[in-house]
Design a binder for this molecule. Structure first.
Ligand code: NAD
Length: 292
């Protein structure tokens, strides 16, 4: 039986680890707050009290952490994943982080005989629960091939997009498209409400034409009803737009709409909305119009 060590059992990592248990893997999970590891144990996995305990016997290690500094400390840090992984293990980092941190992880992993992939995901909590994530994978092709069976359990559309760090670059583009789309659906809702149109019918017909999108389908009801339970938190999307901005600057790319939507997301965080679902960006557009 393939042994999986799983680090980071939050909104995404929890159900991904549970699906691996369900598929027959022996999964040992570690999370900074231990209740989430206990939940994995109740689902048939094992709870570890430290990163070392989760990963030292693992054939495959999956990490699903919030941000670049978390990966730097939990993967590269003293007594982190790489300090404890056995030679020949495969490390799949599913966190959304800066591409250069993924490259640093791949370099240090290679020095220690560990194969590493950056494999950020898209599809949200429901995609994680359903094992239907889109996964954009950066790293060596042989490592990608070796990870195939694990990816098949947690993902539906899994594509190798290039060398180490490329998965993160593609994920940054993903986050730019999603944020822009949310902002436009929010703007359309304020516009429709101001005109007194029945917004449910409006989004029904808009969803069937060229204006339709997964964001429109998934988020218009919550915006109409002003319910913004996460899901994907604004503070995480704010982090991701920071990645977009700095990666665009590094490569000399002008991306004006990403700048605008990043500022709106910044305002949402500044006003205390960081823990809302990212569809809560609607509140910023509504405030601009005095219609919150
Ligand atoms: P989350 O905050 O729910 O989960 C992260 C988990 O990691 C938490 O349980 C936290 O306790 C744990 N953690 C933090 N530092 C740790 C450490 N050093 N050691 C062990 N555990 C630690 O976040 P999430 O929503 O699951 O997101 C995880 C990643 O996936 C982020 O990079 C996010 O951008 C990305 N993502 C999230 C979604 C979504 O819809 N939530 C969708 C796609 C991608």
């Amino acid at each position: 039986m393939t042994k999986v060590g799983f680090v980071g059992l939050g909104i995404m990592g929890g159900p991904m680890a549970a699906n691996l248990v369900e598929a027959g893997y022996e999964v040992t999970g570690y999370n900074r707050s231990s209740a989430k590891a206990e939940k994995l144990a109740a689902e048939g996995g094992k709870a570890a009290g430290s990163i070392a305990e989760a990963v030292s016997a693992a054939d495959v290690i999956v990490t699903m952490l919030p941000d670049s500094p978390d990966v730097e400390s939990a993967v590269l840090g003293e007594d982190g994943v790489l300090a404890n992984a056995r030679e020949g293990a495969l490390l799949i980092d599913c966190s959304t982080i800066r591409p250069e941190v993924s490259r640093a992880v791949a370099e240090q992993a290679e020095r220690q005989g560990v194969r590493a992939l950056d494999a950020p995901v898209s599809g949200g909590e429901q995609g994680a629960i359903d094992g239907a994530l889109s996964i954009m994978v950066g790293g060596d092709s042989a490592a990608f091939a070796a990870a195939g069976e694990v990816f098949d359990v947690v993902g539906k559309t899994v594509v190798h997009v290039g060398p180490a760090g490329s998965g993160q670059t593609v994920k940054a583009a993903n986050q730019l498209i999603v944020a822009g789309n949310i902002a436009l659906v929010a703007e359309a809702l304020v516009f429709l409400e101001k005109h007194g149109v029945d917004t449910e019918s409006a989004f029904q017909v808009l969803g069937g034409g060229l204006a339709g999108s997964k964001v429109l389908d998934a988020k218009n009801k919550g915006m109409r009803e002003r319910t913004f339970k996460p899901g994907f938190r604004i503070e995480l999307h704010h982090k991701d737009l920071g990645i977009v901005q700095s990666a665009a600057r590094e490569s000399g790319v002008s991306a004006p709409l990403s700048g605008l939507v990043a500022q709106l997301m910044e305002a949402a965080v500044a006003q205390g909305d960081g823990s809302l679902d990212h569809s809560g960006l609607f509140k910023q557009i509504a405030k601009l119009n005095g219609t919150e």
